[in-house]
Design a protein around this ligand. Structure first.
Ligand code: NDP
Ligand code: 8X3
Length: 249
């Protein structure tokens, strides 16, 4: 069975993906910063599949290569990398934005994805097989007011995904991008710096996607035959037509 490394498995889309893939028998390396959550998930899923957990921050470029090299023997061969870890920080107009928020988004959403890809793609190149699935966003396809830096980070993820696909094409490695619209997770709580009320409002008055909806799409992309690569996918809830048009009522 394939081994899949998922970044950001402690919550939302990453966690739902871990649950679904474990139920489908994939062996998993689950990562994130919140170790307690990783341990709980390992405990819950270990009757379904082999689960290894790794606590680290995707910004920690110095440590990532050795963490990957130091994986136990049975988890060393990574068949699939799901670059999911990421968040928005702040919802401010550019002239009022916090520079720390901007750095978080660029460092986590873009640079973190690149560090993981750099650490894991060489073994895929060597074996001439593998699959990298990047979670971008509708925000990488269109911008919206007060979201310039988050949208820029996700546009960059989409551009990087295309470039990575071209670089790894000679080695038969699949590279896919998945772009969800509004998904109810901890995303908005993080965006609003822990303000739960502001976060809840984002998902009121319509039916957003669930993390499981996105996990099902990821599982579909992952389970296509060897010759099929779902290169790009936009998944929206029915009530959403664009970043700024959401049917409510
Ligand atoms: P959540 O906030 O629920 O989950 C984010 C995950 O990313 C957590 O597991 C978190 O783990 C991890 N993470 C964040 N920062 C870091 C870091 N520095 N190092 C390691 N792990 C980190 O949000 P979602 O599940 O919604 O988000 C998952 C991905 O989906 C993100 O890339 C997001 O941009 C994207 N997305 C989300 C949408 C939405 O509407 N929710 C829509 C489109 C795309 P921990 O805190 O334990 O480190
Ligand atoms: C997350 C969805 O609309 O908040 O990528 O940007 S949105």
């Amino acid at each position: 069975m394939k081994t899949v490394l998922i970044t950001g498995a402690t919550s939302g889309i990453g966690k739902a993906t871990a649950e679904l893939l474990a139920a489908n028998g994939y062996n998993l390396i689950l990562t994130g910063r919140r170790e307690e959550r990783l341990k709980e998930l390992q405990e819950t899923l270990s009757h379904l599949a082999e689960i290894h957990i790794l606590k680290f921050d995707v910004r920690d470029k110095g440590n990532i290569p050795s963490l990957i090299e130091g994986l136990p023997e049975q988890f060393k061969k990574i068949d699939v990398l799901i670059n999911n870890a990421g968040n928005a920080y702040g919802r401010d107009s550019i002239h009022e934005g916090l520079i720390d928020d901007w750095e978080n988004m660029i460092d986590i959403n873009l640079k973190g994805l690149l560090y993981l890809t750099r650490a894991i793609s060489p073994q895929m190149v060597e074996r001439k097989s593998g699959h990298i699935i990047n979670i971008a966003s509708l925000a990488g396809r269109e911008t919206y007011p007060n979201g310039a830096v988050y949208c820029a980070s996700k546009t960059a993820v989409k551009a990087a995904t295309e470039g990575i696909r071209k670089d790894l094409n000679p080695y038969g490695i699949k590279v896919s991008c998945i772009d969800p619209g509004l998904v109810e997770t901890e995303f908005s709580e993080v965006r609003f710096h822990g303000d739960k009320q502001a976060a809840e409002k984002v998902y009121q008055g319509y039916t957003p996607l669930t993390a499981f909806d996105v996990a099902e799409t990821i599982e579909f992309v992952l389970s296509r035959p060897l010759h099929v690569n779902i290169a790009d996918t936009l998944i929206l809830c029915t009530d959403q037509a664009s970043s700024t048009i959401v049917r409510k009522g």
